[in-house]
Design a protein around this ligand. Structure first.
Ligand code: HEM
Length: 283
Protein backbone atom coordinates (compact mmCIF):
# COMPACT_ATOMS: atom_id res chain seq x y z
CA UNK A 1 0.00 0.00 0.00
CA UNK A 2 2.79 2.33 1.09
CA UNK A 3 4.87 1.29 -1.90
CA UNK A 4 1.89 1.90 -4.17
CA UNK A 5 1.38 5.39 -2.68
CA UNK A 6 5.06 6.17 -3.22
CA UNK A 7 4.82 4.95 -6.81
CA UNK A 8 1.76 7.16 -7.45
CA UNK A 9 3.50 10.10 -5.77
CA UNK A 10 6.59 9.45 -7.88
CA UNK A 11 4.52 9.33 -11.06
CA UNK A 12 2.79 12.57 -10.05
CA UNK A 13 6.16 14.12 -9.37
CA UNK A 14 7.36 13.10 -12.84
CA UNK A 15 4.20 14.41 -14.50
CA UNK A 16 4.65 17.62 -12.54
CA UNK A 17 8.24 17.91 -13.78
CA UNK A 18 7.18 17.36 -17.38
CA UNK A 19 4.36 19.89 -17.04
CA UNK A 20 6.76 22.39 -15.53
CA UNK A 21 9.24 21.76 -18.35
CA UNK A 22 6.51 22.26 -20.97
CA UNK A 23 5.40 25.48 -19.26
CA UNK A 24 8.96 26.72 -19.11
CA UNK A 25 9.53 25.62 -22.70
CA UNK A 26 6.57 27.61 -24.03
CA UNK A 27 7.28 30.64 -21.94
CA UNK A 28 11.03 30.53 -22.49
CA UNK A 29 11.27 32.44 -25.74
CA UNK A 30 8.69 35.03 -24.66
CA UNK A 31 9.90 35.78 -21.18
CA UNK A 32 13.58 34.90 -21.06
CA UNK A 33 14.87 38.13 -22.60
CA UNK A 34 14.63 40.30 -19.47
CA UNK A 35 15.96 37.48 -17.26
CA UNK A 36 19.46 37.44 -15.99
CA UNK A 37 21.93 35.27 -17.88
CA UNK A 38 22.00 32.75 -15.00
CA UNK A 39 18.21 32.25 -15.14
CA UNK A 40 18.32 31.70 -18.87
CA UNK A 41 21.10 29.13 -18.53
CA UNK A 42 19.10 27.27 -15.87
CA UNK A 43 16.06 27.13 -18.15
CA UNK A 44 18.15 25.85 -21.03
CA UNK A 45 19.36 23.06 -18.72
CA UNK A 46 15.72 22.07 -17.93
CA UNK A 47 14.76 22.12 -21.60
CA UNK A 48 17.76 19.96 -22.53
CA UNK A 49 16.82 17.37 -19.91
CA UNK A 50 13.45 16.88 -21.68
CA UNK A 51 14.33 16.34 -25.36
CA UNK A 52 11.58 16.19 -27.94
CA UNK A 53 10.94 12.61 -29.14
CA UNK A 54 11.23 13.10 -32.85
CA UNK A 55 11.71 11.24 -36.08
CA UNK A 56 15.35 12.01 -35.75
CA UNK A 57 15.35 9.72 -32.74
CA UNK A 58 15.83 12.32 -30.07
CA UNK A 59 17.35 15.40 -31.68
CA UNK A 60 15.90 18.59 -30.31
CA UNK A 61 13.86 20.97 -32.37
CA UNK A 62 12.03 24.07 -31.26
CA UNK A 63 8.30 23.40 -31.83
CA UNK A 64 7.77 26.46 -33.99
CA UNK A 65 10.60 25.49 -36.37
CA UNK A 66 9.35 21.90 -36.65
CA UNK A 67 5.79 23.08 -37.25
CA UNK A 68 6.96 25.49 -39.92
CA UNK A 69 8.59 22.66 -41.88
CA UNK A 70 5.67 20.29 -41.30
CA UNK A 71 3.29 22.91 -42.71
CA UNK A 72 5.59 23.40 -45.71
CA UNK A 73 5.58 19.65 -46.41
CA UNK A 74 1.78 19.43 -46.16
CA UNK A 75 1.56 22.36 -48.55
CA UNK A 76 3.94 20.68 -51.01
CA UNK A 77 2.09 17.37 -50.62
CA UNK A 78 -1.37 18.79 -51.15
CA UNK A 79 -0.44 21.26 -53.90
CA UNK A 80 -0.70 18.72 -56.80
CA UNK A 81 -4.16 17.69 -55.58
CA UNK A 82 -5.25 21.33 -55.26
CA UNK A 83 -3.93 22.06 -58.79
CA UNK A 84 -5.83 19.07 -60.20
CA UNK A 85 -9.00 20.23 -58.44
CA UNK A 86 -8.46 23.69 -59.92
CA UNK A 87 -7.92 22.21 -63.41
CA UNK A 88 -11.14 20.21 -63.04
CA UNK A 89 -13.03 23.29 -61.87
CA UNK A 90 -11.64 25.46 -64.69
CA UNK A 91 -12.28 22.74 -67.30
CA UNK A 92 -8.57 22.32 -68.05
CA UNK A 93 -8.42 18.54 -67.92
CA UNK A 94 -7.61 18.35 -71.67
CA UNK A 95 -9.47 16.25 -74.24
CA UNK A 96 -8.37 13.07 -72.44
CA UNK A 97 -9.06 13.83 -68.76
CA UNK A 98 -8.35 10.30 -67.52
CA UNK A 99 -4.95 10.16 -69.18
CA UNK A 100 -4.21 13.65 -67.87
CA UNK A 101 -5.16 12.64 -64.31
CA UNK A 102 -3.11 9.42 -64.55
CA UNK A 103 -0.05 11.30 -65.76
CA UNK A 104 -0.32 14.12 -63.23
CA UNK A 105 -0.81 11.83 -60.22
CA UNK A 106 2.01 9.55 -61.42
CA UNK A 107 4.30 12.54 -61.80
CA UNK A 108 3.39 13.89 -58.34
CA UNK A 109 4.04 10.43 -56.84
CA UNK A 110 7.51 10.07 -58.33
CA UNK A 111 8.57 13.62 -57.44
CA UNK A 112 7.46 13.30 -53.80
CA UNK A 113 9.10 9.89 -53.43
CA UNK A 114 12.36 11.33 -54.76
CA UNK A 115 11.99 14.35 -52.46
CA UNK A 116 11.75 11.98 -49.48
CA UNK A 117 14.96 10.26 -50.66
CA UNK A 118 16.75 13.62 -50.83
CA UNK A 119 16.40 14.29 -47.08
CA UNK A 120 19.04 11.91 -45.69
CA UNK A 121 21.87 12.77 -48.15
CA UNK A 122 21.02 16.45 -47.72
CA UNK A 123 21.38 16.07 -43.96
CA UNK A 124 24.66 14.13 -44.37
CA UNK A 125 26.15 16.75 -46.68
CA UNK A 126 24.88 19.86 -44.91
CA UNK A 127 24.68 18.66 -41.30
CA UNK A 128 21.10 19.97 -41.23
CA UNK A 129 19.41 17.33 -39.04
CA UNK A 130 15.93 18.83 -38.95
CA UNK A 131 15.37 17.96 -42.59
CA UNK A 132 15.07 14.31 -41.52
CA UNK A 133 11.59 14.86 -40.07
CA UNK A 134 10.36 15.57 -43.61
CA UNK A 135 11.16 12.09 -44.98
CA UNK A 136 8.09 10.38 -43.62
CA UNK A 137 5.39 12.89 -44.70
CA UNK A 138 6.99 13.28 -48.15
CA UNK A 139 7.11 9.51 -48.61
CA UNK A 140 3.52 9.12 -47.44
CA UNK A 141 2.29 11.81 -49.82
CA UNK A 142 4.21 10.08 -52.62
CA UNK A 143 2.47 6.82 -51.75
CA UNK A 144 -0.91 8.56 -51.60
CA UNK A 145 -0.49 9.89 -55.16
CA UNK A 146 0.71 6.47 -56.37
CA UNK A 147 -2.48 4.92 -54.95
CA UNK A 148 -4.62 7.64 -56.58
CA UNK A 149 -2.74 7.06 -59.83
CA UNK A 150 -3.47 3.32 -59.68
CA UNK A 151 -7.13 3.93 -58.75
CA UNK A 152 -7.62 6.34 -61.66
CA UNK A 153 -6.23 3.71 -64.01
CA UNK A 154 -8.13 0.71 -62.60
CA UNK A 155 -11.41 2.31 -61.50
CA UNK A 156 -11.90 5.42 -63.63
CA UNK A 157 -10.30 4.16 -66.83
CA UNK A 158 -11.19 0.46 -66.70
CA UNK A 159 -14.20 0.49 -64.34
CA UNK A 160 -12.50 -2.24 -62.25
CA UNK A 161 -13.08 -4.68 -65.10
CA UNK A 162 -10.45 -7.27 -64.15
CA UNK A 163 -10.25 -9.17 -67.49
CA UNK A 164 -9.80 -5.87 -69.36
CA UNK A 165 -7.14 -4.68 -66.88
CA UNK A 166 -5.26 -8.00 -67.20
CA UNK A 167 -5.36 -7.66 -70.99
CA UNK A 168 -4.03 -4.10 -70.79
CA UNK A 169 -1.24 -5.13 -68.40
CA UNK A 170 -0.28 -7.99 -70.73
CA UNK A 171 0.06 -5.46 -73.55
CA UNK A 172 1.78 -2.73 -71.52
CA UNK A 173 4.36 -4.41 -69.33
CA UNK A 174 5.42 -1.13 -67.74
CA UNK A 175 2.17 -1.26 -65.73
CA UNK A 176 3.42 -4.47 -64.12
CA UNK A 177 6.62 -2.68 -63.11
CA UNK A 178 4.60 0.21 -61.64
CA UNK A 179 2.40 -2.25 -59.75
CA UNK A 180 5.50 -3.95 -58.29
CA UNK A 181 6.79 -0.56 -57.12
CA UNK A 182 3.45 0.20 -55.48
CA UNK A 183 3.30 -3.22 -53.81
CA UNK A 184 6.80 -2.68 -52.40
CA UNK A 185 5.82 0.71 -51.03
CA UNK A 186 2.63 -0.55 -49.35
CA UNK A 187 4.23 -2.24 -46.29
CA UNK A 188 6.46 0.81 -45.85
CA UNK A 189 3.46 3.14 -45.73
CA UNK A 190 1.58 0.80 -43.37
CA UNK A 191 4.51 0.52 -40.94
CA UNK A 192 5.59 4.13 -41.08
CA UNK A 193 4.22 4.96 -37.62
CA UNK A 194 6.36 5.18 -34.48
CA UNK A 195 4.43 2.24 -32.98
CA UNK A 196 5.45 -0.03 -35.86
CA UNK A 197 8.98 1.31 -35.74
CA UNK A 198 9.16 0.26 -32.06
CA UNK A 199 7.47 -3.09 -32.64
CA UNK A 200 9.69 -4.10 -35.55
CA UNK A 201 12.94 -2.86 -34.01
CA UNK A 202 15.92 -3.58 -36.27
CA UNK A 203 13.76 -5.22 -38.93
CA UNK A 204 11.99 -1.89 -39.48
CA UNK A 205 15.16 -0.41 -40.96
CA UNK A 206 15.68 -3.45 -43.16
CA UNK A 207 12.06 -3.38 -44.33
CA UNK A 208 12.25 0.31 -45.16
CA UNK A 209 15.26 -0.28 -47.37
CA UNK A 210 12.71 -1.56 -49.89
CA UNK A 211 12.30 2.08 -50.88
CA UNK A 212 15.72 1.81 -52.61
CA UNK A 213 14.20 -0.80 -54.89
CA UNK A 214 10.71 0.71 -55.22
CA UNK A 215 11.79 4.15 -56.43
CA UNK A 216 14.15 2.88 -59.18
CA UNK A 217 11.36 0.51 -60.31
CA UNK A 218 8.91 3.42 -60.40
CA UNK A 219 11.45 5.30 -62.54
CA UNK A 220 11.76 2.36 -64.96
CA UNK A 221 7.96 2.37 -65.15
CA UNK A 222 7.97 6.13 -65.85
CA UNK A 223 10.64 5.87 -68.56
CA UNK A 224 8.90 2.88 -70.17
CA UNK A 225 5.52 4.67 -70.14
CA UNK A 226 6.98 7.52 -72.16
CA UNK A 227 6.37 7.15 -75.84
CA UNK A 228 9.34 9.18 -77.05
CA UNK A 229 11.20 11.67 -74.89
CA UNK A 230 12.81 9.93 -71.91
CA UNK A 231 15.17 12.74 -70.96
CA UNK A 232 13.33 13.57 -67.74
CA UNK A 233 13.15 10.00 -66.36
CA UNK A 234 16.82 9.60 -67.29
CA UNK A 235 17.71 12.78 -65.41
CA UNK A 236 15.67 11.65 -62.38
CA UNK A 237 17.31 8.22 -62.60
CA UNK A 238 20.77 9.83 -62.44
CA UNK A 239 19.66 11.94 -59.48
CA UNK A 240 18.32 8.88 -57.60
CA UNK A 241 21.54 6.97 -58.37
CA UNK A 242 23.55 9.84 -56.87
CA UNK A 243 21.29 9.93 -53.80
CA UNK A 244 21.75 6.21 -53.27
CA UNK A 245 25.53 6.47 -53.70
CA UNK A 246 25.64 9.21 -51.05
CA UNK A 247 24.01 6.78 -48.62
CA UNK A 248 26.69 4.13 -48.99
CA UNK A 249 28.36 3.84 -45.55
CA UNK A 250 31.90 4.38 -46.92
CA UNK A 251 30.89 7.54 -48.84
CA UNK A 252 28.81 8.76 -45.95
CA UNK A 253 31.67 8.37 -43.48
CA UNK A 254 33.96 10.36 -45.77
CA UNK A 255 31.43 13.17 -46.12
CA UNK A 256 30.84 13.29 -42.37
CA UNK A 257 34.58 13.36 -41.72
CA UNK A 258 35.00 16.14 -44.30
CA UNK A 259 32.15 18.08 -42.68
CA UNK A 260 33.71 17.67 -39.23
CA UNK A 261 37.10 18.92 -40.41
CA UNK A 262 35.63 21.83 -42.38
CA UNK A 263 33.40 22.53 -39.35
CA UNK A 264 36.37 22.71 -37.01
CA UNK A 265 38.21 24.88 -39.56
CA UNK A 266 35.31 27.33 -39.62
CA UNK A 267 35.12 27.12 -35.79
CA UNK A 268 38.75 28.23 -35.79
CA UNK A 269 37.59 31.14 -38.00
CA UNK A 270 34.85 31.76 -35.44
CA UNK A 271 32.08 30.98 -37.96
CA UNK A 272 30.91 27.53 -36.81
CA UNK A 273 27.23 26.79 -36.57
CA UNK A 274 26.07 24.90 -33.48
CA UNK A 275 25.48 21.28 -34.50
CA UNK A 276 22.25 19.49 -33.49
CA UNK A 277 22.94 17.25 -30.51
CA UNK A 278 22.05 13.61 -29.99
CA UNK A 279 21.04 12.87 -33.57
CA UNK A 280 21.71 9.25 -34.42
CA UNK A 281 22.67 7.92 -37.82
CA UNK A 282 19.56 7.85 -39.92
CA UNK A 283 18.33 5.22 -42.36
C1 HEM B 1 4.96 3.85 -57.11
C2 HEM B 1 4.12 3.58 -58.07
C3 HEM B 1 4.00 4.36 -59.35
C4 HEM B 1 4.59 5.53 -59.74
C5 HEM B 1 5.55 6.42 -58.95
C6 HEM B 1 4.12 5.81 -61.07
C7 HEM B 1 4.49 6.92 -61.81
C8 HEM B 1 4.14 7.11 -63.14
C9 HEM B 1 4.63 8.16 -63.96
C10 HEM B 1 5.61 9.24 -63.50
C11 HEM B 1 4.08 8.03 -65.18
C12 HEM B 1 4.31 8.92 -66.41
C13 HEM B 1 3.46 10.17 -66.29
C14 HEM B 1 3.71 11.09 -67.45
O1 HEM B 1 3.62 10.64 -68.60
O2 HEM B 1 4.00 12.27 -67.19
C15 HEM B 1 3.20 6.88 -65.13
C16 HEM B 1 2.46 6.44 -66.19
C17 HEM B 1 1.52 5.46 -66.08
N1 HEM B 1 1.28 4.69 -64.97
FE1 HEM B 1 2.27 4.73 -63.24
N2 HEM B 1 3.25 4.83 -61.46
C18 HEM B 1 3.16 3.93 -60.42
C19 HEM B 1 2.39 2.81 -60.39
C20 HEM B 1 1.42 2.53 -61.32
C21 HEM B 1 0.40 1.49 -61.19
C22 HEM B 1 0.24 0.61 -59.94
C23 HEM B 1 -0.35 1.54 -62.32
C24 HEM B 1 -1.55 0.74 -62.69
C25 HEM B 1 -1.99 -0.32 -62.06
C26 HEM B 1 0.18 2.57 -63.18
C27 HEM B 1 -0.30 2.91 -64.43
C28 HEM B 1 0.24 3.84 -65.26
C29 HEM B 1 -0.20 4.09 -66.62
C30 HEM B 1 -1.33 3.38 -67.35
C31 HEM B 1 0.59 5.09 -67.13
C32 HEM B 1 0.55 5.72 -68.53
C33 HEM B 1 -0.29 6.97 -68.52
C34 HEM B 1 -0.35 7.48 -69.95
O3 HEM B 1 0.57 8.17 -70.37
O4 HEM B 1 -1.33 7.16 -70.61
N3 HEM B 1 1.25 3.15 -62.54
N4 HEM B 1 3.27 6.34 -63.89
Amino acid sequence: MRGERQRVRGARGETGNVRRAVRIRSSFFVYSLPYSLTDAKQQVRVIRSHPYPEDTGGSQTRPNVKQYWTHAVHLAGLAPLALLAWDAFAGNLTVNPIQYLTQRTGYAAIMLLIASLVCTPLSVVSGWKRVLVLRRPLGLYGFLYAVLHMLIFTALDFGLNIPLIVQEVAEKRYILVGTTALLLLTPLALTSTKGWQRRLGRSWKLLHRLVYLAVPLALVHYAWAQKSDIRQPLFLGALVALLLILRLPAIRRRIEAWRRTSGSASAADGSERTPARGTPRSR
